[in-house]
Design a protein around this ligand. Sequence first.
Ligand code: AP5
Length: 215
Amino acid sequence: MNLILLGPPGAGKGTQAKRVAEAFKLLHLSSGDILRAERENKTELGRQAQAYMDRGDLVPDDLIVTMMQERMSRPEAQAGVVLDGFPRTEAQAVRLDERLAEKNTQVDVVVCLELDDALVEDRLTGRVYCPQCGHTYHTAHSPPKAAGACDACGQGLQRRPDDEVEVVRRRLRTYHEQTRPLTAYYRDHGVLRTVDGSAEAGVVTRAIQEVCQPA
Ligand code: AP5
């Protein structure tokens, strides 16, 4: 199965993609995580992507498509993938379809997590994460036991530079202008399902698993 999680920044795509990948034994591929790792490793791709990410703009399609196709051609992706953050434009979606068709496979389900902009802003401007083990916290709603330190490993917590309020607002505009229209694209292909992303995380996980069951 090839599954796409679509939705605004902060909708819970990363949170849910990990759970769904584990439940369905699929490979989780997050375009945002891959780009952040490229930046961390100071690669040429990371350097090229940095300014776009810091502004809250999309990284150019060619860079993203090449990066994701390379990951999807690895042996561990052959049983199917959960795509988190990709595709984000119609051009990316078309190229993904073409690539999958070459391998006699296709996008099976696209789950769009629906969430209003105010909740996105609240979630992201309060988000802190552990650079060591990846745990995320919210400074008001799910704070760590000791302020600024990860409960799991004690490492100092950080904020993503693109979680500053002005950048979050720009990411939201980018989503509405360039990514949200993909819901029409996938509806036309008969694979779109929608889930309320504002519910508690466990409820969202169960809803995603339900809409992924064959009819
Ligand atoms: P990316 O990293 O993909 O960022 P994003 O889509 O903006 O998503 P986030 O990672 O912020 O949120 P999420 O939906 O995964 O939610 P999460 O589970 O973390 O992309 C970053 C940048 O990279 C882009 O701006 C762009 O520049 C570039 N890029 C990436 N892909 C690209 C592409 N295909 N094309 C071009 N450019 C690309 O949850 C958020 C918070 O909410 C967490 O703290 C979490 O704990 C909490 N939370 C989650 N679910 C719930 C819940 N149900 N209830 C309460 N809290 C919850």
